[in-house]
Each structure stands twice: as structure tokens, then as C-alpha cells.
Write a protein that binds this ligand. Structure first.
Ligand code: ADP
Ligand code: ASP
Ligand code: MG
Length: 244
């Protein structure tokens, strides 16, 4: 089975958490073909945005994307270092190295095509660790996909490499019928359809970026939302139907 595993900012907020995630990945790699997508560590993207706004209220959008994309450059390298240190061969990749081509709508770019050569890396038993959130235009300008866009990177890469599933690991153990950090009585769902999930995401449930759900529905990629801190829990399946 070929699985894409994506880890969000809170899952990799410090080096201990990165080491914890590396163990989860290495464990999966024993039995599956794996590609990994990571976000920036913790609140790095917010901190980078603040830096730009300390200079001007209206930062140049191309340069803002060049700046914001650096958070993910750091996290992929650290994750690959962590994986190699525990004997799991891994190589980090930025968007330009994996050919994640987007339009030039800086700050909210849309993926047009992925030319990724990472299948050959996976076939060699190496885990590619790829930046979420980033893209590149045909003029080689760096773009970003919009805040929380790493979910979309993960699903798009899953489609590009023909993955059987995309696992989105986050700080809650699945999708609930309301935000579990706000509504204490919220109930966890074992399954939710693409359409219902898209509705939730469009209404602000930030657990999945809306465009990631649209991409998953378009390419029929089953997505599992699961907890980084409860990795043995199956989480919530987001798919066309329960069978997937
Ligand atoms: P990541 O950093 O992993 O991308 P996010 O903060 O983007 O994580 O998404 C996870 C958060 O989504 C949870 O901490 C939770 O507060 C929030 N959330 C909002 N609505 C829901 C929901 N219906 N089910 C689960 N989580 C939800
Ligand atoms: N690092 C980016 C953000 O904070 C992308 C992501 O986390 O999905 O929005
Ligand atoms: Mg997110």
C-alpha cells in the first residue's frame, strides 16, 4: 500500500515532537510505501507574517510568499535529519525540487500540475519528505497555497503518485461534529463523505483545508484524519463512501 502522511504545525512544534513523528513514519515505512508532507513548525508561519508586517502593512506579495515558504524549508530538513538518525533513509524536498507547479496567485496559489520524480525515490526505499504549502510558477517564482494549505499539498501529491490513501495527522484524533476544542460534547465521526466534509471546511472547520477536500473528491483519494499523539487510532475516514 502506498500512503502519503502529512503532519501539521502542532505535531512538529519542537524537536522532541519531530523525533516522535519520525518514529511514527519509520514504523509505517516498514510495511508501506511512504511519502511525507510537513507544515512549518508550530506558529512559524504567523511569526514570519508578523516580521513582514513590522516593515510594512502591505508587503509585496511575491516577497511575502518567498518569506512564508521558508518555514516549511526548515521543517522538511529537520524531519529528514530525524528520520536518517533512526535508520530510516529520507531525503527532503522543496516545491521547486518536486515540481509542484502553480499559478501566480501569490498567497492563494492553485496547483496546476505536479511533475514529481519522487516515485523512483520511494522505489529505492527512501522516504521523500516534501514541503507542504509551497508551489512554484512556470517563471520559477515561489508561491504559497493559502494558510493551512499543506493539507492540499498532501492530497495533491497523493493523487500525483497514485497513493491508496492520504493520512492527515493533526492535534485532534479525527473529525468531530463540531470543533472539539470549543464544544466539549462534540462527537468523533468514524466516517464523513467528501461533500459533508467540504461543507464543514467551508464553514470554518480548519481540520482540513477546503481545497484539499475538493482535490480528494476529484481524484477519489481516501483521506484519514488521525491524531499524531494517538497514532494507533484509525481516526476519521473522509471518502466517497464507507467502503473505501
Ligand atoms: P494542523 O496544524 O495539524 O494543520 P489545524 O489547527 O489546522 O491543525 O487543525 C486542527 C484543529 O482543527 C483542531 O485542533 C481543532 O481545534 C480544529 N477543528 C475545527 N473544527 C473541527 C472539527 N469539526 N473536527 C476536528 N477538529 C476541528
Ligand atoms: N504553514 C502554513 C500555515 O501555517 C501551512 C499549513 O500549516 O498548512 O498556514
Ligand atoms: Mg491545518
Amino acid at each position: 500500500m502506498r500512503i502519503v502522511m502529512k503532519f501539521g504545525g502542532t505535531s512538529i512544534a519542537d524537536t522532541d515532537k519531530i523525533k516522535n513523528v519520525a518514529k511514527i513514519i519509520a514504523n509505517q515505512q516498514r510495511t508501506h510505501e511512504i511519502a511525507v508532507i510537513v507544515s512549518a513548525m508550530g506558529k512559524t508561519t504567523n511569526a514570519l507574517t508578523t516580521l513582514a508586517h513590522q516593515i510594512t502593512d502591505k508587503p509585496n506579495l511575491r516577497e511575502l510568499d518567498a518569506l512564508l515558504s521558508t518555514g516549511e524549508c526548515t521543517s522538511v530538513a529537520l524531519m529528514a535529519i530525524a528520520l536518517n538518525s533512526i535508520g530510516c533513509p529520507a531525503i527532503s524536498y522543496n516545491a521547486w525540487q518536486t515540481g509542484i507547479l502553480t499559478d501566480d496567485n501569490f498567497g492563494n496559489a492553485e496547483i496546476k500540475h505536479i511533475t514529481t520524480p519522487i516515485i523512483s525515490v520511494i522505489n529505492e526505499g527512501i522516504v521523500p519528505v516534501i514541503t507542504g504549502f509551497q508551489g512554484i510558477t512556470d517563471k520559477k517564482d515561489i508561491t504559497t497555497l493559502g494558510r493551512e494549505g499543506s493539507d492540499t499539498s498532501a492530497v495533491a501529491i497523493a493523487a500525483a503518485i497514485g497513493a491508496d490513501r492520504c493520512d492527515i495527522y493533526t492535534d485532534v484524533d479525527g473529525v468531530y461534529d463540531a470543533d472539539p476544542n470549543v464544544v466539549k460534547t462534540a462527537k468523533k465521526l468514524n466516517f464523513i463523505s467528501y461533500d459533508d466534509m467540504l461543507n464543514m471546511a467551508n464553514n470554518g472547520a480548519k481540520v482540513l483545508h477546503p481545497r484539499s477536500v475538493i482535490t480528494a473528491r476529484q481524484y477519489n483519494i481516501p483521506v484519514r484524519v488521525r491524531g499524531t499523539f494517538t497514532p494507533n487510532d484509525e481516526g476519521t475516514l473522509v471518502a466517497a463512501s464507507k467502503q473505501k
